[in-house]
Design a protein around this ligand. Sequence first.
Ligand SMILES: NC(=O)c1ccc[n+]([C@@H]2O[C@H](COP(=O)([O-])OP(=O)(O)OC[C@H]3O[C@@H](n4cnc5c(N)ncnc54)[C@H](OP(=O)(O)O)[C@@H]3O)[C@@H](O)[C@H]2O)c1
Length: 359
Amino acid sequence: MVQLRTVHAHNAAIFQSRPIVAVFAGATAGIGEATLRALAAAHGTTGKGLRVYIVGRKREAFQRIVSDCTRLCPAGQFNFILSPDLSLLTNVDKACAEITKAEQENAKGEQARIDILCMSQGDFNLNGYQETKEGIEWRYSLLYHSRMKFVVNLLPLLRGSDFPAHVISVFGAGKEGDLHLDDLSLRGTKVRGLTNVRSHTAYLHTFFMEYLAAQNPGKLSLVHVYPGLVMTPAFKNPGVPIWFKAIWTVITPVTKLLTTSPAEAGERILFLASPLRFPAQGATEQSTATKGGDFEVGVAKGSDGKVGSGAYAVEISGEAVENEKAGYGKYRKEGVGEKLVAYTLKAFEVIRSGKVFTE
Ligand SMILES: NC(=O)c1ccc[n+]([C@@H]2O[C@H](COP(=O)([O-])OP(=O)(O)OC[C@H]3O[C@@H](n4cnc5c(N)ncnc54)[C@H](OP(=O)(O)O)[C@@H]3O)[C@@H](O)[C@H]2O)c1
């Protein structure tokens, strides 16, 4: 477990030592909001420049959060990119096009870039199976397809960073269960449901992030993380049944003692953008510890088991998840990773061409 004081010292040192350009999806509430606040606080009043693009549905939430962030980081530039529903990949495309245009203008002749892309869009919702008009189960799309589409669309800007660029996706690393290779979209009535969405989202994140890390050596570090239980508004979402909300309200005083606070979660998620602990693949010149300072962080083990391999599956503690039972060794030998990457790219291509994805 990386100690919170180490995380704190690291964040304060790293994120104010250089100008940062960051993109957030899902930061109008919850863990994303807390991570954005942590970034503004770390950059503070003495940082070298902070420019942030926040993609979301609620402008009022953005304004409230940004007025706090501006107090923490007066020189920060916070831009809102309105997008009504990120479970639709066409909306992700539009948001990315807007970010790209705005960043090219805001860079003012310097290298347009993104140093941190943090995604936590999700909707804790116990309603049943429903496909988007593009043909993907909507929660699954929000948690996996939309997030990887952000990365693929923003690759030119991510590759413009010499931080290197860090991609963070907050959901369910280590929560692998069944993998339905003959129904990757989870359409069959027997495989529908949140448990399988969670499992597939974990497997697909791991394999697609490893693919992107290998395609972008030295340029891109990717982390997916299971945050544990964090007390956010997620448990009071409209799609949560009344019985659940009632139980939740009663047990909140006790669960608060057992969970990670949003503020700590924000600090710890921001830490996942550490070039010291989570370097891009092949960034071997990165030392295994910082030189001097109040903190020392070793390089993390990648999801393929190799230290510093550029794609990471971690707990909120900053340690690699233990998922020996997930069968990655066997799946790698059988070429399953390639199959999952091909599935993802095909979904992107079909939807981009205006058709409904039916695979
Ligand atoms: N909190 C936990 O204990 C916990 C545990 C395990 C995993 N997770 C996962 O971690 C992620 C973040 O959780 P959280 O607790 O921060 O959730 P949250 O408080 O509900 O925040 C979710 C964010 O996603 C946005 N969002 C939801 N649906 C969207 C849509 N269709 N289009 C665009 N944006 C949308 C929300 O926007 P609005 O502000 O507009 O609603 C909000 O900004 C989720 O994927 C969640 O499943 C959380």
